[in-house]
Design a protein around this ligand. Structure first.
Ligand code: C5P
Length: 219
């Protein structure tokens, strides 16, 4: 298989994939794809009762992704909807919709269209196993459910959302179970992925580990 200039980062919810992907994109000046946001956008438009065939068009024509230092900003016709998309409600609907074949195939092409010769870092659940099987470098980033819940708690608090820790842990565990046990594109490390357990690592340590891999295997 001909390998393309893509770094995939897969892993369970709140394992730090997004933060790592943003750092890699900035440091190596490559494009970024947060595939979870595409599933969240699907859920957002589905909640507005928009037909699924229309949603794919809306995502391609009306949505802009803006890479900020600390987050990926999502604009819907110039309106910032990042914080709405980050809610646990949207995450639950996204998780439900993501088990549907029709939704996954609509999003497959959109995800592939993020790749340009400049290179891409793509994070999600099936980047290395399905969408970018042909990626040059694959990372599977994980951490214990408690640590992930703590990280998501801080992220949601920073976005001004009210959070209840026990409910958050329960949500994360139930979403992980659904994502790992679904028939289509279950959450799994690719055979050729490097697994990083970040439970006892700071973001800087994770980045430095990934940076070494990138220098060895990507550039
Ligand atoms: O990563 P994030 O929490 O934003 O993803 C929201 C949901 O979208 C996940 O729980 C998962 O069900 C779905 N998803 C997926 N495949 C991806 C990315 C996200 O099924 N590549």
């Amino acid at each position: 298989m001909k390998k393309i200039n893509v770094i995939t980062i897969d892993g369970p919810s709140a394992s730090g994939k997004g933060a790592l992907a943003r750092q890699i994109a900035s440091k190596f000046s490559i494009n970024i794809l947060d595939s979870g946001v595409l599933y969240r956008l699907f859920a957002y438009f589905d909640n507005l009762a928009i037909a699924h065939s229309e949603i794919a068009k809306k995502i391609q024509q009306e949505i802009n992704f803006n890479l900020k230092i600390d987050r990926l900003q999502i604009l819907n016709n110039e309106k910032d909807i990042t914080s709405q998309l980050r809610s646990e409600d949207i995450a639950k609907t996204a998780s439900k919709l993501s088990s549907k074949k029709e939704v996954r195939s609509l999003l497959f092409n959109i995800q592939r269209s993020f790749y340009t010769s400049k290179g891409l870092v793509a994070d999600g659940r099936d980047m290395g196993t399905v969408v970018f099987k042909d990626a040059k470098l694959k990372i599977f980033l994980t951490a214990s459910p408690e640590i992930r819940a703590k990280r998501r708690y801080i992220e949601l608090q920073n976005l001004g959302q009210e959070v209840n820790m026990p409910a958050l842990i329960a949500d994360i565990e139930s979403r992980d179970l659904k994502d790992s046990s679904r028939e289509l594109s279950p959450l799994l490390p690719a055979d050729d992925a490097t697994i990083i357990d970040s439970s006892d690592m700071s973001l800087e340590e994770v980045f430095s580990f990934a940076e070494n891999l990138i220098k060895k295997e990507f550039i």
